[in-house]
Write a protein that binds this ligand. Sequence first.
Ligand SMILES: *[C@@H]1O[C@H](CO)[C@@H](O)[C@H](O)[C@H]1NC(C)=O
Ligand SMILES: *[C@@H]1O[C@H](CO)[C@@H](O)[C@H](O)[C@H]1NC(C)=O
Ligand SMILES: *[C@@H]1O[C@H](CO)[C@@H](O)[C@H](O)[C@H]1NC(C)=O
Ligand SMILES: *[C@@H]1O[C@H](CO)[C@@H](O)[C@H](O)[C@H]1NC(C)=O
Length: 462
Amino acid sequence: MKAFALAAVGLVALTVPTTSATSIKINTNSKLQRIDGFGFSQAFGRASQFQAAEPEMRKKALDLLFDTKTGAGFSIIRNWIPSTTALSIEPNSPGLASNKPNYTWDGDDEGQIWFTKQAVSYGVKTIYADAWSAPGYMKTNGDEATPGYLCGSTGHTCSTGDWRQAFANYLVQYVKFYKQEGLDITHLGFLNEPDYIASYSQMQISPSAQEAISFIPTLYETVKREHLDLRLTCCDATGWDTQANYTNYLMAAGMQKYLDIISSHMYSSDATFPLKTNLPTWLTEAGVETSSAPFTTTWYDDGALNEGMTWASKLATGFVDAGLSAYLFWEGFEISQNQSASHLVDVLGQDPEPSSIYYAFTMWSRFIRPGANRVAVSGALPNVITAAFQNTDKSVIVIFTNSGNSSQLADVAIPTGKKSSAQVWLTDNNHRVHETNFKRQSSSIEVAVPPNSVVTVKFTSR
Ligand SMILES: *[C@@H]1O[C@H](CO)[C@@H](O)[C@H](O)[C@H]1NC(C)=O
Ligand SMILES: *[C@@H]1O[C@H](CO)[C@@H](O)[C@H](O)[C@H]1NC(C)=O
Ligand SMILES: *[C@@H]1O[C@H](CO)[C@@H](O)[C@H](O)[C@H]1NC(C)=O
Ligand SMILES: *[C@@H]1O[C@H](CO)[C@@H](O)[C@H](O)[C@H]1NC(C)=O
Protein backbone atom coordinates (compact mmCIF):
# COMPACT_ATOMS: atom_id res chain seq x y z
CA MET A 1 0.00 0.00 0.00
CA LYS A 2 1.21 3.44 -0.93
CA ALA A 3 1.07 4.69 2.64
CA PHE A 4 3.74 2.20 3.66
CA ALA A 5 6.32 3.73 1.34
CA LEU A 6 5.49 7.21 2.56
CA ALA A 7 6.07 6.17 6.14
CA ALA A 8 9.50 4.79 5.28
CA VAL A 9 10.72 8.18 4.09
CA GLY A 10 9.22 9.83 7.14
CA LEU A 11 6.82 12.09 5.26
CA VAL A 12 4.41 11.73 8.11
CA ALA A 13 6.38 12.18 11.29
CA LEU A 14 3.78 11.90 14.00
CA THR A 15 4.64 12.00 17.65
CA VAL A 16 3.16 8.80 18.91
CA PRO A 17 2.99 8.47 22.68
CA THR A 18 4.41 5.34 24.25
CA THR A 19 1.11 4.62 25.99
CA SER A 20 -0.88 1.76 24.55
CA ALA A 21 -3.60 2.37 22.02
CA THR A 22 -7.22 2.81 23.10
CA SER A 23 -9.54 0.23 21.63
CA ILE A 24 -12.27 1.68 19.41
CA LYS A 25 -15.13 -0.50 18.18
CA ILE A 26 -17.74 0.42 15.59
CA ASN A 27 -21.15 -1.19 15.85
CA THR A 28 -22.60 -1.08 12.33
CA ASN A 29 -25.81 -2.75 13.55
CA SER A 30 -26.70 0.24 15.69
CA LYS A 31 -28.08 2.69 13.17
CA LEU A 32 -28.35 6.24 14.46
CA GLN A 33 -29.44 9.25 12.38
CA ARG A 34 -29.48 9.24 8.58
CA ILE A 35 -27.03 11.61 6.91
CA ASP A 36 -28.41 13.73 4.06
CA GLY A 37 -25.21 15.58 3.27
CA PHE A 38 -23.13 18.73 3.43
CA GLY A 39 -23.60 21.93 1.54
CA PHE A 40 -23.46 25.66 1.04
CA SER A 41 -25.21 28.52 -0.75
CA GLN A 42 -24.38 31.03 -3.48
CA ALA A 43 -27.31 33.29 -2.58
CA PHE A 44 -27.42 37.09 -2.81
CA GLY A 45 -25.65 37.42 -6.13
CA ARG A 46 -22.76 35.05 -5.40
CA ALA A 47 -24.05 32.58 -7.99
CA SER A 48 -23.88 35.31 -10.68
CA GLN A 49 -20.39 36.23 -9.54
CA PHE A 50 -19.36 32.57 -9.76
CA GLN A 51 -20.89 32.29 -13.23
CA ALA A 52 -19.09 35.43 -14.42
CA ALA A 53 -15.67 34.23 -13.25
CA GLU A 54 -13.03 33.31 -15.80
CA PRO A 55 -13.81 29.73 -17.06
CA GLU A 56 -10.62 28.07 -15.83
CA MET A 57 -10.97 29.63 -12.39
CA ARG A 58 -14.63 28.68 -12.31
CA LYS A 59 -13.82 25.05 -13.11
CA LYS A 60 -11.18 24.89 -10.37
CA ALA A 61 -13.57 26.32 -7.80
CA LEU A 62 -16.35 23.92 -8.85
CA ASP A 63 -13.95 20.97 -8.59
CA LEU A 64 -12.85 22.09 -5.13
CA LEU A 65 -16.44 22.31 -3.93
CA PHE A 66 -18.15 19.39 -5.65
CA ASP A 67 -15.64 16.79 -6.84
CA THR A 68 -16.07 13.67 -4.70
CA LYS A 69 -12.51 12.38 -5.33
CA THR A 70 -10.35 15.50 -5.22
CA GLY A 71 -12.67 18.08 -3.67
CA ALA A 72 -15.08 18.46 -0.79
CA GLY A 73 -17.83 16.49 -2.52
CA PHE A 74 -20.59 18.80 -1.26
CA SER A 75 -23.98 17.21 -1.87
CA ILE A 76 -26.53 19.91 -0.95
CA ILE A 77 -27.01 23.42 -2.26
CA ARG A 78 -29.21 26.07 -0.70
CA ASN A 79 -30.67 28.69 -3.01
CA TRP A 80 -32.64 31.72 -1.95
CA ILE A 81 -36.06 32.45 -3.38
CA PRO A 82 -35.74 36.18 -4.02
CA SER A 83 -38.48 38.45 -2.70
CA THR A 84 -36.94 41.75 -3.82
CA THR A 85 -39.09 43.37 -6.51
CA ALA A 86 -36.34 43.34 -9.14
CA LEU A 87 -35.79 39.57 -8.79
CA SER A 88 -39.13 38.19 -7.58
CA ILE A 89 -41.21 35.87 -9.74
CA GLU A 90 -44.23 38.00 -8.74
CA PRO A 91 -42.93 41.56 -8.65
CA ASN A 92 -46.30 43.27 -8.78
CA SER A 93 -49.13 42.90 -6.33
CA PRO A 94 -52.35 41.62 -7.87
CA GLY A 95 -54.09 44.00 -5.41
CA LEU A 96 -56.08 41.56 -3.36
CA ALA A 97 -54.90 38.19 -2.08
CA SER A 98 -57.76 36.54 -3.96
CA ASN A 99 -56.80 38.07 -7.33
CA LYS A 100 -54.93 36.16 -10.02
CA PRO A 101 -51.14 36.49 -9.74
CA ASN A 102 -48.92 37.61 -12.61
CA TYR A 103 -45.78 35.47 -12.46
CA THR A 104 -42.63 36.22 -14.39
CA TRP A 105 -39.48 34.20 -14.97
CA ASP A 106 -36.09 35.36 -16.26
CA GLY A 107 -34.54 31.88 -16.55
CA ASP A 108 -31.51 33.07 -14.60
CA ASP A 109 -32.58 33.58 -10.99
CA GLU A 110 -29.51 35.62 -10.14
CA GLY A 111 -27.13 32.98 -11.50
CA GLN A 112 -28.72 30.25 -9.41
CA ILE A 113 -29.98 28.35 -12.48
CA TRP A 114 -26.41 28.14 -13.80
CA PHE A 115 -25.10 27.26 -10.34
CA THR A 116 -27.73 24.57 -9.76
CA LYS A 117 -26.98 23.02 -13.15
CA GLN A 118 -23.26 22.92 -12.26
CA ALA A 119 -24.00 21.24 -8.92
CA VAL A 120 -26.26 18.68 -10.60
CA SER A 121 -23.54 17.93 -13.18
CA TYR A 122 -21.30 16.85 -10.26
CA GLY A 123 -24.02 14.55 -8.91
CA VAL A 124 -25.70 16.84 -6.39
CA LYS A 125 -29.29 15.68 -5.87
CA THR A 126 -30.41 17.74 -2.91
CA ILE A 127 -31.53 21.23 -3.85
CA TYR A 128 -32.93 23.32 -1.04
CA ALA A 129 -34.83 26.46 -2.05
CA ASP A 130 -35.56 28.82 0.80
CA ALA A 131 -37.55 32.07 0.91
CA TRP A 132 -36.18 34.81 3.12
CA SER A 133 -39.53 36.59 2.91
CA ALA A 134 -42.84 36.68 1.09
CA PRO A 135 -43.15 39.58 -1.39
CA GLY A 136 -43.72 42.82 0.55
CA TYR A 137 -47.39 43.18 -0.47
CA MET A 138 -48.18 39.83 1.22
CA LYS A 139 -46.90 41.11 4.58
CA THR A 140 -48.39 43.21 7.37
CA ASN A 141 -45.80 45.95 6.82
CA GLY A 142 -45.96 46.00 3.01
CA ASP A 143 -42.17 45.67 2.62
CA GLU A 144 -40.09 42.52 2.07
CA ALA A 145 -37.01 44.03 3.74
CA THR A 146 -38.43 45.26 7.06
CA PRO A 147 -39.95 43.22 9.89
CA GLY A 148 -43.48 42.02 9.26
CA TYR A 149 -45.70 38.95 9.23
CA LEU A 150 -47.51 37.01 6.56
CA CYS A 151 -51.02 38.49 6.18
CA GLY A 152 -53.64 35.99 7.25
CA SER A 153 -51.36 33.98 9.51
CA THR A 154 -52.53 33.68 13.11
CA GLY A 155 -52.76 37.12 14.72
CA HIS A 156 -52.27 39.13 11.50
CA THR A 157 -55.10 40.47 9.38
CA CYS A 158 -54.62 42.83 6.43
CA SER A 159 -57.02 44.91 4.36
CA THR A 160 -55.85 43.12 1.19
CA GLY A 161 -56.87 39.73 2.56
CA ASP A 162 -55.38 36.43 3.69
CA TRP A 163 -52.24 35.79 1.63
CA ARG A 164 -51.39 32.32 2.91
CA GLN A 165 -52.69 30.48 -0.15
CA ALA A 166 -51.14 33.08 -2.48
CA PHE A 167 -47.75 32.66 -0.77
CA ALA A 168 -47.99 28.86 -1.03
CA ASN A 169 -48.87 29.18 -4.74
CA TYR A 170 -45.94 31.54 -5.25
CA LEU A 171 -43.48 29.12 -3.62
CA VAL A 172 -44.80 26.22 -5.67
CA GLN A 173 -44.63 28.33 -8.85
CA TYR A 174 -40.92 28.94 -8.14
CA VAL A 175 -40.40 25.17 -7.96
CA LYS A 176 -42.27 24.79 -11.27
CA PHE A 177 -40.05 27.38 -12.96
CA TYR A 178 -37.03 25.25 -11.93
CA LYS A 179 -38.77 22.16 -13.36
CA GLN A 180 -39.15 24.09 -16.59
CA GLU A 181 -35.33 24.46 -16.56
CA GLY A 182 -34.95 20.71 -15.99
CA LEU A 183 -34.08 21.12 -12.30
CA ASP A 184 -35.80 19.36 -9.41
CA ILE A 185 -35.88 21.32 -6.18
CA THR A 186 -36.10 18.68 -3.45
CA HIS A 187 -36.53 20.78 -0.29
CA LEU A 188 -38.57 23.92 0.22
CA GLY A 189 -38.43 26.42 3.07
CA PHE A 190 -40.42 29.61 3.60
CA LEU A 191 -38.46 31.35 6.36
CA ASN A 192 -34.95 32.60 7.05
CA GLU A 193 -34.03 33.77 10.55
CA PRO A 194 -37.60 34.78 11.42
CA ASP A 195 -36.40 35.71 14.93
CA TYR A 196 -33.92 38.31 13.65
CA ILE A 197 -34.34 41.88 12.44
CA ALA A 198 -32.20 42.33 9.36
CA SER A 199 -31.71 45.13 6.83
CA TYR A 200 -32.61 42.82 3.92
CA SER A 201 -35.31 40.33 2.93
CA GLN A 202 -36.97 39.02 6.09
CA MET A 203 -40.21 37.78 7.56
CA GLN A 204 -40.95 37.36 11.25
CA ILE A 205 -42.67 34.68 13.28
CA SER A 206 -43.53 34.85 16.99
CA PRO A 207 -41.63 32.85 19.65
CA SER A 208 -44.61 30.42 19.63
CA ALA A 209 -44.18 29.92 15.85
CA GLN A 210 -47.95 30.51 15.52
CA GLU A 211 -47.57 32.11 12.05
CA ALA A 212 -45.63 29.10 10.75
CA ILE A 213 -48.14 26.71 12.32
CA SER A 214 -51.01 28.49 10.56
CA PHE A 215 -49.23 28.40 7.17
CA ILE A 216 -47.54 24.98 6.97
CA PRO A 217 -50.72 22.93 6.31
CA THR A 218 -51.64 25.26 3.42
CA LEU A 219 -48.19 24.87 1.90
CA TYR A 220 -48.34 21.09 2.36
CA GLU A 221 -51.75 20.79 0.68
CA THR A 222 -50.65 23.01 -2.19
CA VAL A 223 -47.54 20.92 -2.83
CA LYS A 224 -49.66 17.75 -2.70
CA ARG A 225 -52.25 19.13 -5.09
CA GLU A 226 -49.51 19.93 -7.60
CA HIS A 227 -48.03 16.41 -7.24
CA LEU A 228 -44.59 17.79 -6.45
CA ASP A 229 -42.02 15.56 -4.76
CA LEU A 230 -40.89 18.12 -2.19
CA ARG A 231 -39.80 17.97 1.41
CA LEU A 232 -40.75 20.93 3.61
CA THR A 233 -38.47 22.56 6.17
CA CYS A 234 -38.96 24.92 9.07
CA CYS A 235 -37.70 27.45 10.31
CA ASP A 236 -34.04 28.34 9.72
CA ALA A 237 -33.89 30.22 13.04
CA THR A 238 -30.84 32.33 13.84
CA GLY A 239 -29.63 29.80 16.38
CA TRP A 240 -30.22 26.36 17.80
CA ASP A 241 -31.80 27.54 21.11
CA THR A 242 -34.48 29.48 19.25
CA GLN A 243 -35.11 26.63 16.83
CA ALA A 244 -35.42 24.28 19.82
CA ASN A 245 -38.28 26.44 21.13
CA TYR A 246 -39.94 26.69 17.71
CA THR A 247 -39.63 22.92 17.37
CA ASN A 248 -41.42 22.31 20.67
CA TYR A 249 -44.34 24.44 19.47
CA LEU A 250 -44.36 22.88 16.00
CA MET A 251 -44.40 19.35 17.39
CA ALA A 252 -47.09 20.20 19.97
CA ALA A 253 -49.23 21.51 17.10
CA GLY A 254 -48.80 18.29 15.08
CA MET A 255 -46.63 19.83 12.34
CA GLN A 256 -44.60 16.61 12.00
CA LYS A 257 -47.44 15.47 9.70
CA TYR A 258 -46.49 18.12 7.19
CA LEU A 259 -42.80 18.81 7.71
CA ASP A 260 -39.81 16.67 6.71
CA ILE A 261 -36.86 18.60 8.13
CA ILE A 262 -36.28 20.87 11.12
CA SER A 263 -33.73 23.48 10.04
CA SER A 264 -31.63 25.93 12.02
CA HIS A 265 -28.66 28.26 11.78
CA MET A 266 -25.95 28.57 14.42
CA TYR A 267 -25.20 32.29 14.76
CA SER A 268 -26.82 32.92 18.14
CA SER A 269 -26.19 29.39 19.45
CA ASP A 270 -24.51 26.23 18.17
CA ALA A 271 -26.11 22.82 17.63
CA THR A 272 -25.02 21.03 20.81
CA PHE A 273 -28.06 18.93 21.84
CA PRO A 274 -30.78 16.98 20.01
CA LEU A 275 -34.06 18.78 19.33
CA LYS A 276 -37.24 17.18 20.66
CA THR A 277 -38.49 15.79 17.36
CA ASN A 278 -38.40 12.62 15.30
CA LEU A 279 -37.77 14.66 12.16
CA PRO A 280 -34.21 14.88 10.82
CA THR A 281 -32.50 18.13 11.77
CA TRP A 282 -30.33 20.17 9.44
CA LEU A 283 -27.91 22.97 10.21
CA THR A 284 -28.79 24.97 7.08
CA GLU A 285 -26.54 27.98 7.51
CA ALA A 286 -23.31 28.45 9.38
CA GLY A 287 -20.65 31.09 9.14
CA VAL A 288 -18.33 33.49 10.85
CA GLU A 289 -20.09 36.74 11.51
CA THR A 290 -17.48 39.06 12.88
CA SER A 291 -15.52 41.22 10.49
CA SER A 292 -12.49 40.71 12.75
CA ALA A 293 -12.33 37.11 11.54
CA PRO A 294 -10.95 37.24 7.99
CA PHE A 295 -10.66 34.36 5.52
CA THR A 296 -7.69 32.30 6.63
CA THR A 297 -5.77 29.21 5.64
CA THR A 298 -4.50 28.74 9.22
CA TRP A 299 -5.85 25.47 10.60
CA TYR A 300 -5.18 26.03 14.30
CA ASP A 301 -3.60 28.90 16.16
CA ASP A 302 -5.62 30.06 19.14
CA GLY A 303 -9.02 28.56 18.49
CA ALA A 304 -10.45 31.64 16.75
CA LEU A 305 -13.75 31.42 14.89
CA ASN A 306 -12.17 31.50 11.44
CA GLU A 307 -9.86 28.52 12.04
CA GLY A 308 -10.53 25.12 10.49
CA MET A 309 -10.04 23.32 13.80
CA THR A 310 -12.84 25.37 15.36
CA TRP A 311 -15.18 24.18 12.61
CA ALA A 312 -13.94 20.62 12.88
CA SER A 313 -15.19 20.69 16.47
CA LYS A 314 -18.49 22.31 15.49
CA LEU A 315 -19.10 19.59 12.91
CA ALA A 316 -18.25 16.79 15.32
CA THR A 317 -20.44 18.26 18.08
CA GLY A 318 -23.26 18.85 15.61
CA PHE A 319 -23.37 15.31 14.28
CA VAL A 320 -22.63 13.52 17.55
CA ASP A 321 -24.22 15.64 20.27
CA ALA A 322 -27.05 17.29 18.30
CA GLY A 323 -27.75 14.37 15.95
CA LEU A 324 -27.61 16.49 12.78
CA SER A 325 -28.41 14.95 9.41
CA ALA A 326 -26.87 17.76 7.34
CA TYR A 327 -24.51 20.68 7.77
CA LEU A 328 -24.42 23.65 5.38
CA PHE A 329 -21.92 26.49 5.46
CA TRP A 330 -23.04 29.93 4.29
CA GLU A 331 -21.34 30.65 0.95
CA GLY A 332 -19.04 28.52 -1.18
CA PHE A 333 -17.09 30.60 -3.68
CA GLU A 334 -16.44 34.35 -3.58
CA ILE A 335 -13.78 36.50 -5.21
CA SER A 336 -11.55 38.86 -3.22
CA GLN A 337 -13.74 38.85 -0.11
CA ASN A 338 -11.03 37.83 2.33
CA GLN A 339 -12.13 40.35 4.94
CA SER A 340 -14.68 37.67 5.83
CA ALA A 341 -14.49 33.96 6.63
CA SER A 342 -18.09 33.17 5.72
CA HIS A 343 -17.18 31.47 2.45
CA LEU A 344 -15.04 28.42 1.76
CA VAL A 345 -13.07 29.24 -1.38
CA ASP A 346 -11.66 32.59 -2.51
CA VAL A 347 -9.27 33.93 -5.12
CA LEU A 348 -6.54 35.89 -3.38
CA GLY A 349 -3.82 35.43 -5.98
CA GLN A 350 -4.32 33.66 -9.32
CA ASP A 351 -6.23 30.57 -8.29
CA PRO A 352 -9.17 29.58 -6.15
CA GLU A 353 -7.87 28.79 -2.70
CA PRO A 354 -9.68 26.96 0.11
CA SER A 355 -9.89 28.35 3.62
CA SER A 356 -8.96 26.08 6.49
CA ILE A 357 -12.71 25.76 7.22
CA TYR A 358 -13.08 24.15 3.79
CA TYR A 359 -10.73 21.39 4.91
CA ALA A 360 -12.70 20.82 8.10
CA PHE A 361 -15.76 20.15 5.93
CA THR A 362 -13.85 18.05 3.42
CA MET A 363 -12.71 15.60 6.13
CA TRP A 364 -16.44 14.77 6.49
CA SER A 365 -18.15 15.61 3.22
CA ARG A 366 -15.86 13.75 0.81
CA PHE A 367 -16.20 10.51 2.76
CA ILE A 368 -19.68 10.44 4.30
CA ARG A 369 -22.07 10.28 1.38
CA PRO A 370 -25.81 11.08 1.28
CA GLY A 371 -27.89 8.21 2.66
CA ALA A 372 -25.22 7.11 5.15
CA ASN A 373 -26.18 6.35 8.74
CA ARG A 374 -24.30 7.33 11.81
CA VAL A 375 -23.49 4.23 13.84
CA ALA A 376 -22.44 3.74 17.47
CA VAL A 377 -18.83 3.76 18.66
CA SER A 378 -17.40 2.37 21.88
CA GLY A 379 -14.11 3.48 23.38
CA ALA A 380 -13.09 7.08 24.05
CA LEU A 381 -9.90 9.09 23.69
CA PRO A 382 -9.38 12.18 25.87
CA ASN A 383 -10.48 15.44 24.17
CA VAL A 384 -11.41 13.50 21.04
CA ILE A 385 -14.91 13.25 19.54
CA THR A 386 -15.19 9.98 17.64
CA ALA A 387 -17.96 9.63 15.06
CA ALA A 388 -18.65 6.68 12.77
CA PHE A 389 -20.86 6.28 9.72
CA GLN A 390 -21.81 3.57 7.30
CA ASN A 391 -22.34 4.55 3.68
CA THR A 392 -24.93 2.88 1.46
CA ASP A 393 -22.05 1.04 -0.32
CA LYS A 394 -21.26 -0.50 3.14
CA SER A 395 -17.96 1.36 3.54
CA VAL A 396 -17.43 2.62 7.08
CA ILE A 397 -16.04 6.05 7.92
CA VAL A 398 -14.59 6.90 11.32
CA ILE A 399 -13.71 10.50 12.16
CA PHE A 400 -11.54 11.49 15.10
CA THR A 401 -11.65 15.16 16.07
CA ASN A 402 -8.88 15.85 18.55
CA SER A 403 -9.25 19.29 20.11
CA GLY A 404 -6.73 18.40 22.79
CA ASN A 405 -3.04 19.30 22.87
CA SER A 406 -1.66 15.80 23.00
CA SER A 407 -1.44 13.04 20.46
CA GLN A 408 -3.67 9.99 20.91
CA LEU A 409 -3.42 6.47 19.63
CA ALA A 410 -6.51 4.49 18.58
CA ASP A 411 -6.74 0.80 17.86
CA VAL A 412 -9.77 0.61 15.57
CA ALA A 413 -11.37 -2.79 15.12
CA ILE A 414 -12.01 -3.36 11.41
CA PRO A 415 -15.82 -3.32 11.17
CA THR A 416 -16.15 -4.58 7.61
CA GLY A 417 -14.33 -7.95 7.69
CA LYS A 418 -10.68 -8.93 7.77
CA LYS A 419 -10.28 -8.61 4.03
CA SER A 420 -11.25 -4.95 4.10
CA SER A 421 -8.92 -2.27 2.93
CA ALA A 422 -8.32 0.76 5.10
CA GLN A 423 -7.22 4.29 4.29
CA VAL A 424 -6.45 7.16 6.64
CA TRP A 425 -6.38 10.91 5.99
CA LEU A 426 -5.08 13.66 8.25
CA THR A 427 -5.71 17.39 8.50
CA ASP A 428 -3.73 19.44 11.00
CA ASN A 429 -1.43 22.46 10.87
CA ASN A 430 0.93 20.68 8.49
CA HIS A 431 -1.44 18.50 6.46
CA ARG A 432 -4.57 19.03 4.41
CA VAL A 433 -6.68 15.91 3.78
CA HIS A 434 -3.39 14.08 3.45
CA GLU A 435 -3.44 10.31 3.00
CA THR A 436 -1.28 8.97 5.76
CA ASN A 437 0.18 5.75 7.15
CA PHE A 438 -1.05 3.51 9.92
CA LYS A 439 -0.17 0.17 11.42
CA ARG A 440 -2.29 -2.76 10.34
CA GLN A 441 -2.92 -5.72 12.67
CA SER A 442 -4.96 -8.78 11.79
CA SER A 443 -8.34 -7.42 12.88
CA SER A 444 -7.67 -3.79 13.68
CA ILE A 445 -5.65 -0.80 12.58
CA GLU A 446 -3.61 1.48 14.81
CA VAL A 447 -4.09 5.15 14.03
CA ALA A 448 -2.31 8.15 15.50
CA VAL A 449 -4.47 11.20 16.16
CA PRO A 450 -2.20 14.25 16.49
CA PRO A 451 -3.13 17.26 18.67
CA ASN A 452 -5.62 19.69 17.11
CA SER A 453 -6.29 17.47 14.16
CA VAL A 454 -8.97 15.56 12.34
CA VAL A 455 -8.26 12.00 11.23
CA THR A 456 -10.66 10.28 8.84
CA VAL A 457 -10.53 6.51 8.41
CA LYS A 458 -12.28 4.65 5.59
CA PHE A 459 -12.85 0.89 5.63
CA THR A 460 -13.93 -0.64 2.35
CA SER A 461 -14.99 -4.27 2.29
CA ARG A 462 -13.89 -6.32 -0.69
C1 LIG B 1 -47.45 40.95 -15.97
O1 LIG B 1 -46.19 41.47 -15.57
C2 LIG B 1 -45.40 41.86 -16.66
C3 LIG B 1 -44.08 42.36 -16.10
O2 LIG B 1 -43.55 41.44 -15.22
C4 LIG B 1 -46.08 42.94 -17.46
O3 LIG B 1 -45.28 43.24 -18.58
C5 LIG B 1 -47.44 42.47 -17.90
O4 LIG B 1 -48.15 43.53 -18.51
C6 LIG B 1 -48.24 41.97 -16.69
N1 LIG B 1 -49.50 41.42 -17.14
C7 LIG B 1 -50.64 41.74 -16.56
C8 LIG B 1 -51.84 41.03 -17.09
O5 LIG B 1 -50.70 42.51 -15.63
C1 LIG C 1 -36.99 29.30 24.90
O1 LIG C 1 -38.11 29.14 25.72
C2 LIG C 1 -37.82 29.25 27.10
C3 LIG C 1 -39.09 28.88 27.86
O2 LIG C 1 -40.17 29.65 27.42
C4 LIG C 1 -37.33 30.66 27.40
O3 LIG C 1 -37.01 30.80 28.75
C5 LIG C 1 -36.08 30.92 26.56
O4 LIG C 1 -35.66 32.26 26.73
C6 LIG C 1 -36.36 30.67 25.10
N1 LIG C 1 -35.10 30.76 24.36
C7 LIG C 1 -34.96 31.43 23.22
C8 LIG C 1 -33.60 31.48 22.65
O5 LIG C 1 -35.89 31.97 22.66
C1 LIG D 1 -6.60 39.72 1.72
O1 LIG D 1 -5.76 39.23 0.68
C2 LIG D 1 -4.81 40.18 0.24
C3 LIG D 1 -4.10 39.59 -0.97
O2 LIG D 1 -3.63 38.29 -0.70
C4 LIG D 1 -3.85 40.51 1.40
O3 LIG D 1 -2.92 41.48 0.99
C5 LIG D 1 -4.67 41.05 2.57
O4 LIG D 1 -3.83 41.24 3.69
C6 LIG D 1 -5.78 40.07 2.95
N1 LIG D 1 -6.66 40.69 3.94
C7 LIG D 1 -7.03 40.05 5.05
C8 LIG D 1 -7.97 40.80 5.94
O5 LIG D 1 -6.64 38.93 5.33
C1 LIG E 1 -4.53 23.48 24.60
O1 LIG E 1 -3.65 24.56 24.75
C2 LIG E 1 -4.26 25.83 24.64
C3 LIG E 1 -3.18 26.89 24.63
O2 LIG E 1 -2.28 26.68 25.68
C4 LIG E 1 -5.27 26.00 25.75
O3 LIG E 1 -5.93 27.24 25.64
C5 LIG E 1 -6.30 24.88 25.68
O4 LIG E 1 -7.21 24.96 26.75
C6 LIG E 1 -5.62 23.52 25.66
N1 LIG E 1 -6.63 22.52 25.36
C7 LIG E 1 -6.90 21.49 26.14
C8 LIG E 1 -7.99 20.57 25.70
O5 LIG E 1 -6.28 21.26 27.18
